[in-house]
Ligand binder design. Sequence first.
Ligand SMILES: Nc1ncnc2c1ncn2[C@@H]1O[C@H](COP(=O)(O)OP(=O)(O)OP(=O)(O)O)[C@@H](O)[C@H]1O
Length: 375
Amino acid sequence: MYVQRLELVDFRSYERVEVDLEPGGSVLVGQNGVGKTNLIEALGYVATLGSHRVATDAPLVRAGAAAAVIRCIIVHDGRELLVELELVPGKANRARLGRSPVRRARDVLGALRLVLFAPEDLELVRGDPAERRRYLDDLLVARQPRYAGVRADYDRVIKQRNALLRTAYLARKTGGSRGGDLSTLDVWDAHLARHGAELLAGRLELVAALTPHVTKAYDAVAAGKGGASITYKATVPVDPPDREALEAALAAGLVESRPSEVERGVTLVGPHRDDLTLTLGDLPAKGYASHGECWSYALALRLAAYDLLRTEGIEPVLVLDDVFAELDTGRRARLAELVGGASQLLVTCAVAEDVPAVLRGARYQVAEGQVRRVE
Ligand SMILES: Nc1ncnc2c1ncn2[C@@H]1O[C@H](COP(=O)(O)OP(=O)(O)OP(=O)(O)O)[C@@H](O)[C@H]1O
């Protein structure tokens, strides 16, 4: 799979830009702040319907414009597929796949399989559990796009259940002893257990498949100073990890936590509260690992995702944003060895010579709102 063409209209700093890309290695070179990351952020958006840098769409639309458009042509097994997304902050995205509009933007997920590593990924190791849940869920969708629907269903249930608990909480606060109407909570518990079990089963299966790839990738990135391992940390017992058992465990967990949930006005049980524990040797990476170790761990998580997809027959596009400047010569060479076989590798950098020569296929110069092929 590779991206053959990317067109942006009013996306970030670009009023209009068109870039023709090729399979194999490409380097996007330009000074700081010229818009290199903006280009790959657009590709990441097509793959995940989210930005790796911001949580809302507003900053993605060029200042002063009302909407942004991302259009790209993806080549997969020799066939071209056009994907178009229109981002209007505050409204649902509009999307087209091929020549036809699709009902929901999430129907485009799966069209572009992409693994992106960027400096922001340090947060995968040092940041909140939400960062790691997103990592898992994006990978779940890249492996099996039907999980986009599972995740959307679960998010909807959590939103509605939280709204119900919150309203009751506020009613109790303002109305003395009366607790608000919680008569439909049992129904929402059943929905949560059902959709939550499906998401949880998917994540557990993913973590089991991913773990050896993380250990291997960390060993490779950190030159033998290995010992990286990941474990899924859930709010309910997850053994056995099959859907029926997980649904029962979630249902039991909700019964047990009902008093605290009503007390606090929020849903405390379910995969939206889970985490992925990252360990290095016997210690958790978060709070213990050095800056360099965190960085290697974050890179290893992305490389493991890439490796897993490839072993399962999916050839994702690999994007490395500003990576090589951080590495010494030995590490650059090792990373080049790991990623050299990518069907398409896009690397951004300020200095082209920082990128090992074996990865420098085509070179694009990014400057003054335009992208020009120079080699
Ligand atoms: N919504 C927006 N409207 C207009 N300009 C924007 C918008 N969002 C970001 N920019 C501009 O885009 C530029 C940043 O682009 P980008 O992050 O792609 O830089 P970069 O080339 O990757 O830089 P570096 O090498 O420093 O990482 C900044 O100058 C910023 O002001």
